[in-house]
Design a binder for this molecule. Structure first.
Ligand code: BGC
Length: 751
């Protein structure tokens, strides 16, 4: 498996690679910051669920924890920094296959002395595990005194906002450095314990505890320092039994005042006798296990240079490290655990873009994401009530508490001094139907009746109740007024097609699973019979909303050149953008993707091209979805172009696009484009369908896909599909519209 590599040191890329090469396990994320400091370098370590609401702020923020990755290296008093001297050789790799981050440098210091430095870093793949790093410094041509200083640095902030109080710094069990912390507002307790080998002189000052180790080196001799660390919070102590969530709607809160002491003794026990090599071996084994089924594997045509495989592996790697597996108190933020973008908040990105990967690889993890919503159903009902609606209105952005976390205002416009109100919390209500869609999707893929009985049907009914109360009777129909659809460049519009059709789907599914609720079913049927649904006009175009087609169109070429940068907002005010035919991201096209059988193929193709012309793709949630719909429309070349562009959202050459974290939804969307686009998977029927259309440069594509308790292995070649499954139970599928009953463990079909 290929590495993600950086072959040149460039300060301008430091934060991009800090995000791209981050390591983690779904509960903890560690940015790939360099050991040594650089101006502007953002260090970061985060724990899922550990948020804090700073004084005066309406939004909780994912807390940037004390730094454990930093190391100060002095060579005869000369500070090691690549900004000085000469870089003779430089390479950094994240081995996606084994989770290991390495950096190798040959450096000539300003005094002409030559050094070889090797850094390794690894993060355990399971919850509550260790983080290890090793540095080796070899003096190549002189004797030298090397001094390495490293420990736990509590001076870390969220871009200047202090989120933690330091309770205690101390040395325990001989040579362990330990820091006790509490988040200022949310009262989370965190313990970090670290040990270096060989041991050094430990000091504590200014919220830092550090060990200083000195090596006297002869030419050719290496100083080797290992550090292992354990980070945990009180969230690790509480029960996370999924089934308790339904039973009492409340996960037990450990209130013990000795929580920090318990965390410390657990950490010290875990660290005892562990070293870097042991951890590295464990992590390698865990990643190897993951990759057996976690990957889409491509065989490109001979002689083509193909970066698609790297993008797909990058996507699987990040999906895996961003997602908590079995703790419904936490979900996935828009940047995973790789940075502070969007303050670590959870959006519709999770259910629509990230969840499907897990649905078809690890359904229990997908279930956990839905339980996060179920766990906060009461908060969603309260939000609905607050605005005069019934049912559940889930927050547009959420964190640990389940309350609405969307900031009220965007950043101040430095020219006008005005602040732009963010309307999403008030109007981007499609998230309600998105969650319902994911509940239905989970049932489609798993047939998990117990989940539906305990949680799913209630989630469907409460979300449907919201739509029943949200619609108003006007001009002889129900209408859904004043919303924002997925396209956030069009605000406060009536009858957004995406929202209305998804609301219908939500209510249909709620009725299906709540047949015993007679009154609800009657009101639901009335809603379904009378909700206004935008349809194609005589020109074949479906209006995105009631006024979209009446707005002026402008040439977007200039802005499409710099997609993702929101450049249009530098030339036009937001109010002006809203009043033009400009889409930030897939909207109607998103509807085509989620419900592919609503409209005839010619209407889909026509609307895809109409709306694409008007879409800047300023959101990372857009291109891959266009790729899927283009592929399903038979335009594989366009689909492949969109797919490749989607792969560049994080992996492209733009130095700053991922500074504050990778685009979590985009990684999910890359996988979706491969599987739901090119492999032609359709899960919306009772049967699984395949209508494969591989890009010309892909000779072969294979992947694993869980479907209704079967672990399928899919292999596609141009003109051929092979399916293997783990059992001989009958499974009906359709391949290019042909019904097949799979009883054997393996079938091969010409396509
Ligand atoms: C997009 C939203 C998305 C959010 C978080 C915004 O730019 O328009 O659709 O949910 O980013 O990724």
């Amino acid at each position: 498996m290929k590495n993600l590599s950086e072959t040149k040191f460039a300060l301008s890329y430091i934060n991009k690679y800090g995000s791209l090469m981050a390591q983690g396990n779904g509960y903890l994320g560690l940015r790939a910051s360099h050991e040594e400091d650089y101006p502007g370098q953002v260090r970061g370590m985060y724990l899922a669920g550990v948020y804090n609401r700073p004084a005066g702020s309406e939004s909780a923020e994912l807390v940037n924890l004390p730094d454990i990755a930093g190391m100060q290296i002095e060579l005869d008093g000369q500070l090691f920094s690549l900004q000085m001297g000469k870089i003779v050789e430089y390479e950094r790799h994240l081995a996606l296959g084994s989770g290991l981050l390495t950096r190798r440098i040959i450096w000539r210091d300003p005094r002409g002395r030559l050094f070889e430095l090797n850094f390794e870093r690894v993060v355990g793949k399971t919850r509550g595990t260790l983080i290890g790093s090793r540095v080796s410094i070899k003096s190549l041509n002189q004797s030298v005194r090397a001094v390495i200083t490293t420990g736990i640095d509590g001076q870390q902030t969220n871009f200047g906002t202090q989120q933690l109080m330091e309770e205690k710094l101390h040395v325990a069990a001989g040579d362990f450095m330990v820091g006790h912390y509490e988040t200022i507002e949310s009262d989370r307790k965190i313990v970090i314990a670290a040990k270096v080998a060989p041991g050094g002189v430990i000091t504590a000052k200014n919220r830092q505890i550090k060990s200083q180790v000195t090596f006297d080196l002869q030419p050719g001799q290496a100083a080797i320092l290992e550090k292992i660390v354990m980070v945990s919070s009180d969230l690790d102590l509480e029960t996370t039994n999924l089934e308790n969530v339904g039973a009492d709607r409340r996960l037990s809160q450990q209130k013990d005042s000795d929580v920090l002491a318990i965390l410390e003794s657990t950490a010290l026990a875990k660290l005892a006798d562990r070293d870097f090599d042991w951890l590295k071996r464990e992590v390698e084994k865990d990643w190897a296990k993951f990759w057996v089924t976690g990957r889409v594997e491509l065989e490109p045509k001979a002689s083509t240079v193909n970066t698609d495989q790297l993008a797909l592996d990058f996507a699987s790697y990040h999906l895996e490290i961003m997602t908590p597996k079995n703790d419904p108190r936490m979900s996935v933020g828009a940047k995973g655990l790789t940075g502070e973008g969007y303050k670590g908040h959870v959006f519709w990105d999770t259910e629509i873009f990230i969840l499907p990967y897990f649905l078809h690889h690890s359904p229990e993890t997908a279930k956990n994401m839905l339980l996060y919503r179920y766990h906060h159903l009461q908060d969603a009902k309260e939000k609905a009530q607050q605005y005069g609606y019934s049912g559940a209105l889930f927050p547009w952005e959420s964190a640990f508490s389940g309350r609405e976390e969307t900031p009220e205002f965007a950043a101040i416009n430095i020219r006008t001094g005005k602040r732009q109100r963010i309307a999403s919390a008030l109007a981007e209500h499609h998230i309600v139907a998105d969650i319902a869609y994911a509940v239905w999707g989970y049932f489609q893929a798993t047939r998990d009746q117990i989940f539906m009985e305990k949680y799913g049907r209630e989630l469907l009914r409460e979300t449907a109740e919201f739509w029943l109360s949200r619609a108003v009777w006007q001009d002889g129909h129900y209408q859904i007024l004043d919303v924002i659809g997925p396209d956030e460049y069009t605000e406060h519009i009536d009858n957004n097609a995406y929202t209305n059709y998804l609301a219908v789907f939500n209510v249909e599914q709620a009725i299906r699973f709540n047949q015993d609720a007679t009154d609800f079913c009657q009101r639901g049927a009335d809603f379904l019979a009378n909700l206004y649904l935008p349809v194609a006009g005589s020109d074949g175009i479906i209006p995105q909303d009631d006024t979209f087609l009446t707005k002026p169109q402008i040439d977007l070429e200039k802005y499409k050149q710099t997609q993702g940068k929101q450049g249009i907002l530098l030339d036009y005010s937001r109010a002006e953008v809203i009043d033009m035919q400009i889409l930030k991201q897939a909207d109607l096209v998103m509807l085509f993707y989620l419900l592919p059988h609503l409209f005839p193929a010619d209407i889909v193709a026509q609307n895809l091209s109409f709306y694409e012309e008007r879409t800047i793709h300023d959101s990372s949630l857009s291109k891959a979805i266009h790729a899927i719909v283009a592929c399903r429309s038979g335009d594989v070349d366009t689909a492949y172009r969109f797919f490749q562009e989607a792969c560049l959202i994080d992996l492209g050459t733009d130095p700053h696009s991922s500074d504050d974290g990778i685009h979590a939804a985009s990684t999910g969307a890359i996988w979706l484009a491969a599987v739901f686009g090119f492999a032609g998977v359709d899960t919306t029927d009772v049967r699984l369908h395949f209508t494969p259309r591989l890009p010309e440069t892909w000779q072969k594509m294979s992947f694993h896909f869980w479907w209704q308790n079967e672990k399928l292995q899919v292999e596609l070649k141009q003109g051929m599909i092979k399916l293997s499954k783990g059992s001989t139970t009958e499974l009906e599928i359709e391949i290019n519209g042909k019904l097949l009953t799979l009883t054997d463990r393996e079938i091969e079909e010409r396509i």
